[in-house]
Structures are given as structure tokens and as C-alpha cells.
Design a protein around this ligand. Structure first.
Ligand SMILES: [Zn+2]
Length: 389
């Protein structure tokens, strides 16, 4: 009996992983993906609904077959707490099993000492964990920088080697740290309607970054630092980047510096400056020159990455799509000039990202579930829900 139960929860783990990989999966698709016949699929779905892990909604009827349902997170199901620490602000929320994010709190941190900020965020994380009680299965924190062995560096803010113990011990559950662009890439891959072999996600924010996502997951790397594409030497070799290297691609996207060249001091909020620039461009030579050169830098860098990585699709997040279309000729001239002829004939599509402003939180929430949801946790969860501990 015990081994039958264990097998049930192992199948349930695979079913929930499928729901995290494919949005709005139907009962029929789930059966096909898991290789189950309709009877066992019905039993499985019934068990997951009873355990308050998923809920079912009627799906649009597309064929002649019997009506089917789409599978979603249960409104009283497990949640991952997700915290997105950005250059000027932060957002704290919850993510459901199917990647639905709800933001609970947000705030700015300009001028706040980093240690003090991490302590404050740890308190808020703890408070949210208390509010959600035993529904919390883990937490994830995304940062616009490097997180290695619990130490956090955000070179663009000159934050170096910070101890994150206050955050990672804030709740009595696993807490993981991750790079924001990598997590946004995970969200893109999971939300994309087609199954993708590999997806290259490029983000322009205060600098440029990205991630290569293969089969829905960031590619494995020695220290979890893959995807620091902004620090490829596509830039001026005479410039030292805050990361410590010379000639980084991201230096071309250092928005405070780009603004300074157009006669504007954008130190306080460079992102808003760029958004304003693109929504109301003026016709001065300096502005036109800045937009053309950013678009060309973006196109050239993406060409290099396509040559190296051969992705199935390229998605543009943050402000990257604005940069492309503000000077579309410069972008495609640089892109086509930089592509190997083998890629020029069948270049991957380059499309705007679809996951929106919450992409980092969606990707991180789904990654937390990937790491913590196993048969043992599900069996414990179900026994608590049925009151038979
Ligand atoms: Zn660098």
C-alpha cells in the first residue's frame, strides 16, 4: 500500500511539473504527455483536486471529442514567496503552481544601505510567510547581479559580496537566490505556446543581460553564473566595466552615460529616462545618434550570440524591443552583418517577450517549485489536507 501511495505521488509530481511547463494544459494533453490512459488520468486529476493542488476549468471545445478541462493551480494550493530586488526598487509577492503571480508589497530603496535593506526585506518576507502559513513551500529572490554561495554582488550599484543569510534564513523553508534575467528567460520559455529546444532571452534594463534556456531550464553551469552576456567583450576595450572586466558589451547600455552624451543627467532614474526618450523622441542629432548606436550595439551582440548558441527563438525583454524598433534599420544592418551566413539563411525569429513586468517573479516562482516539489512533500501536503497526518 505504502509503495502504491509513493507511486501515486511520484506520478503527481510529474503531472505538476507538466503544469509548470505547459500553461493551461488540458486533461487530454496531460494524459498524452504522461503516457496515461483516460481512467488513471481521471483518478490522478481527482486526487490532485481533492488535495487542493489543482483546480479544473472547462476548456474551449476545439474538436469533436468529449469536452475536456484545463488544469490550473488551486486557489488554496501551495505558494512560493517571490521577491524581486531591482536597481531602484523591490517587489514581494506569491506565485501559484501554474506561475500566477500576485504582488503584495513594493517599495523603493534609493540611498538605503544594502545590509539594512536586506534586513528589512527579510522581515517582510517573514511576515508574508506567516500570513500564508503551511501553504508556503519555499521562497526565491531575484537580483540584478550575481548570487554565488549565498553572497550577493550587484556591481552596477557597487554592492559587493554581501552576506544574504538574513534573507535566506528569513523563513523556515528553502530560499533560493537567482539572477533576474535568467528567471525572466525561464518564464518566457514556460509561457511560450510552442515547445522550444532552446530560447535566448535578452533584456535591456540599466545594462544588457540575458539567459539561454534549454528545455525550460537555465543551462547548467559551474557556479550558476551562466548568461552574463552583458560582459562579453563586444564593447570598447578601453572601458573598464564595474564587473572588473574590460570592453564589456553592457557598457554601451550604461544608460547614465548614454544620457550624459545627449546632455541629460539621468543618474537618479536612468530607466525612466530611456522610456521617456523612446516614447517622445526629439529630433536632435544627439538623440538620434544615441538611439541608432544602441540599436546597432544590440543587433551586433545578438548576432554574436546566435552564432555561438544557435537558439530556436530570441525573445527581447525589458526595454530591448523599444531599442530595436527605435532604429530598426540600424538594428537589422548590424544583426545581418554579424550573422554567419549559415544563420542568415534561417535566422531564428526575434520577438518581443510575452511574460511582461512580472517575468522575473514568474520564472523564480516556477523554479522554486521545480526544486522543492517532490513526491514526499506532496504526500505530506495531501495528508495535512485530508486531516490524516
Ligand atoms: Zn562587465
Amino acid at each position: 500500500m505504502a509503495s502504491t501511495q509513493a507511486r501515486h505521488w511520484r506520478t503527481a509530481t510529474r503531472a505538476l511539473a507538466t503544469i509548470r511547463r505547459r500553461q493551461q494544459v488540458t486533461r487530454t494533453e496531460l494524459a498524452n504527455l504522461l503516457g496515461l490512459r483516460s481512467g488513471p488520468t481521471s483518478d490522478l486529476v481527482k486526487r490532485l483536486v481533492q488535495a487542493e493542488l489543482i483546480s479544473e476549468q472547462s476548456a474551449e471545445q476545439t474538436g469533436r471529442g468529449r469536452p475536456t478541462t484545463t488544469l490550473h493551480a488551486s486557489p488554496s494550493g501551495p505558494v512560493a514567496l517571490v521577491l524581486d530586488l531591482r536597481h531602484g526598487d523591490w517587489r514581494l509577492g506569491t506565485c501559484d503552481l501554474d506561475g500566477t503571480v500576485t504582488i503584495h508589497e513594493a517599495g523603493g530603496h534609493d540611498g538605503v544601505a544594502p545590509d539594512q535593506l536586506l534586513d528589512t526585506l527579510a522581515q517582510r518576507l517573514r511576515r508574508l510567510a506567516t500570513a500564508y502559513g503551511d501553504r508556503v513551500v519555499g521562497a526565491g529572490v531575484t537580483v540584478p547581479g550575481l548570487a554565488v554561495d549565498g553572497r550577493l554582488s550587484m556591481p552596477m550599484l557597487d554592492w559587493r559580496d554581501l552576506d544574504t543569510t538574513s534573507l535566506t534564513s528569513a523563513v523556515d523553508r528553502p530560499v533560493v537566490l537567482g539572477n533576474d534575467a535568467t528567471m525572466a528567460g525561464v518564464a518566457e520559455a514556460r509561457l511560450h505556446p510552442a515547445e522550444l529546444n532552446s530560447l535566448l532571452h535578452i533584456v535591456v534594463e540599466v545594462g544588457v543581460g540575458g539567459a539561454l534556456i534549454a528545455d525550460g531550464q537555465p543551462i547548467p553551469s559551474a557556479h550558476g553564473l551562466h548568461g552574463e552576456f552583458g560582459h562579453l567583450p563586444f564593447g570598447d576595450p578601453g572601458l573598464r566595466c564595474p564587473c572588473g572586466a574590460r570592453g564589456c558589451w553592457t557598457a554601451a547600455f550604461h544608460l547614465v552615460e548614454v544620457a550624459r552624451r545627449t546632455g541629460v543627467d539621468a543618474t537618479a532614474d536612468p530607466r525612466s529616462w530611456l522610456q521617456r526618450l523612446y516614447s517622445h523622441p526629439d529630433d536632435s542629432n544627439a538623440i538620434r545618434g544615441a538611439m541608432t548606436s544602441l540599436a546597432a550595439d544590440l543587433g551586433r551582440g545578438i548576432a554574436g550570440l546566435i552564432n555561438a548558441l544557435d537558439p530556436s527563438l530570441v525573445t527581447l525583454g525589458g526595454l530591448a524591443n523599444l531599442v530595436r524598433f527605435a532604429s530598426v534599420g540600424a538594428f537589422y544592418d548590424a544583426l545581418n552583418g554579424g550573422l554567419m551566413s549559415a544563420h542568415r539563411a534561417r535566422s531564428p525569429q526575434i520577438v518581443e517577450a510575452i511574460a511582461g513586468d512580472d517575468a522575473t517573479l514568474v520564472g523564480m516562482g516556477l523554479s522554486v517549485f521545480d526544486q522543492v516539489l517532490d513526491a514526499e512533500l506532496l504526500a505530506r501536503w495531501a495528508s495535512r489536507r485530508s486531516g490524516t497526518a
